[in-house]
Design a protein around this ligand. Structure first.
Ligand SMILES: Nc1nc2c(c(=O)[nH]1)N[C@H]1C(S)=C(S)[C@@H](COP(=O)(O)OP(=O)(O)OC[C@H]3O[C@@H](n4cnc5c(N)ncnc54)[C@H](O)[C@@H]3O)O[C@H]1N2
Ligand code: MOO
Length: 392
């Protein structure tokens, strides 16, 4: 059995960043840029008003001005003003030729058809936006490696960019094993268990922008499972199996993986929950066999699957490890690293109840996993522990 650190290291070594693809910006949210983006025009593309009001020459501010027309936002007409003139303007509109300043409409009065400015704070260029003040043509707009947030996509759209080179997110297949499973919504017959792993995993994947997720079901049968894994390999980059990785007579994940030519990288990690974790590889495809207990599934997802997905798609691992003060005493046997469902707040972590791996009730309230190292037995209240923050 390998340690948690060794398992994590093996996953890093065997996970390759996916080749970049060109994508329309509207489909690039939550991806990482694979190439620098340069501005294709000046933005704003013309000198612009930032207020509804009047465009003037600043040197005319003390004159009584003649109003000589208007330029609204979107106009294709290009007026000009000369000394003694003002033009009606609106937010976002181009300034007429000759104008350099805008007076807000609240700061003028009209006397005998003349415009008089009443703004003691008026300065040259006030309420205008210069051409190229957001970005100039040819300038670096966004660097390779940038994560595409909603704001980043808005920025790119606003400077006229339509397509970007990005690292794709993986296509994922979740394979459920277990004859006992039945869908929530149906009556629970004797011996049946409500299937929850596909729900938690799909939600967790969706949270990180991964929407190409298929859920496949396999009976506890070697032939069927082998066929289902082959199907998943044909359509996905990452395969997550749940259940069937232990030593029971109906645990076929290892055998079926072998029949699919999947190379076993490791099986079994010195940890609780999730001890029988399996990790394999076929070409660039990654195969995770997560122990079926619902808490083991999620604990292994945050510890191993999500970091691999992040590497695959050029992202930072969203699961951050920090130090925290433990607020309860805890005792465990030496030998396995324990990941406790916990609550982290303001530098302090509390281990929650219901730690058994078949229970999700406290995971549903948890915002962290408290790491209790394999080599230690006693964890005293007030001591310092490592904590993995679960991305919310
Ligand atoms: N003799 C031994 N038995 C077990 C060992 C061991 O070392 N020796 N390890 C135990 C540990 S630890 C774990 S974890 C489990 C893992 O077993 P499997 O990965 O083979 O998982 P299953 O037996 O198929 O299922 C375990 C448990 O989880 C429930 N389950 C499965 N899939 C789902 C699902 N989609 N939704 C909800 N619940 C699910 C399943 O009904 C079982 O209760 O092995 C121990 N045994
Ligand atoms: O590893 Mo299992 O997940 O302890 O029950």
């Amino acid at each position: 059995m390998i340690t948690v650190q060794e398992a994590k290291q093996l996953i890093v070594e065997h996970t390759l960043k996916c080749s970049p693809i060109i994508q329309h910006i509207s489909a690039s949210h939550q991806h990482v840029l694979a190439a620098d983006v340069y501005a294709i025009c000046n933005i704003p593309a013309f000198k612009q008003s930032s207020m509804d009001g009047y465009a003037i020459k600043f040197s005319d501010k003390d004159l009584h001005l003649n109003l000589v027309g208007e330029m609204a936002a979107g106009t294709s007409q290009n007026l000009a003003i000369t000394t003694g003139q003002a033009s009606r303007t609106f937010t976002g509109a181009p300034l007429p030729h000759g104008a350099d300043t805008v007076v807000m409409q609240e700061k003028i009065s009209l006397e005998n058809g003349k415009l008089i400015i009443q703004d003691n704070n008026l300065s040259l260029g006030l309420n205008t936006r210069n051409e190229g003040s957001e970005i100039e043509i040819g300038a670096l707009a966004m660097q390779k490696g940038n994560y595409l947030t909603a704001a980043a996509i808005g920025f790119l759209a606003g400077i006229g960019i339509t397509e970007v080179l990005i690292y794709p997110l993986p296509k994922v297949s979740i394979i459920l094993t277990g004859k006992e499973l039945t869908k929530p919504g149906f009556p629970l017959l004797f011996g049946q268990v409500y299937e929850s792993n596909s729900y938690s995993l799909t939600a967790a994947l969706n949270q990180f922008g991964i929407t190409n997720v298929s859920v496949l079901e396999a009976d506890d049968d070697l032939e069927i499972l082998t066929r289902v894994i082959q199907k998943a390999l044909s359509q996905s980059d990452i395969i997550i199996l749940t259940g069937g990785v232990s030593v029971g007579d109906y645990d076929f994940v290892l055998e079926a993986s072998k029949l699919c030519n999947i190379e076993q990288i490791f099986h079994k990690v010195k940890q609780k929950p999730g001890k029988p974790l399996f990790f394999g590889k076929l070409n660039q495809k990654l195969i995770f066999g997560l122990p079926g207990n619902p808490s083991s599934v999620l604990s292994c997802f945050y510890n191993y699957v999500l970091p691999a997905i992040s590497l695959f798609s050029g992202k930072q691992n969203p699961v951050k490890k920090i130090k925290a003060e433990l607020l309860n005493d805890y005792k465990k046997p030496i030998g396995l690293t324990h990941f406790l469902k916990g609550n982290y707040n303001d530098g302090k972590a509390t281990a929650l109840g219901a730690q058994d791996s078949y229970r999700l009730s406290s995971f549903a309230q948890a915002n962290c996993l408290i790491i209790l190292d394999e080599g230690e037995e006693h964890f005293a209240k007030g001591g310092v522990v490592n904590v993995l923050l679960i991305p919310e």
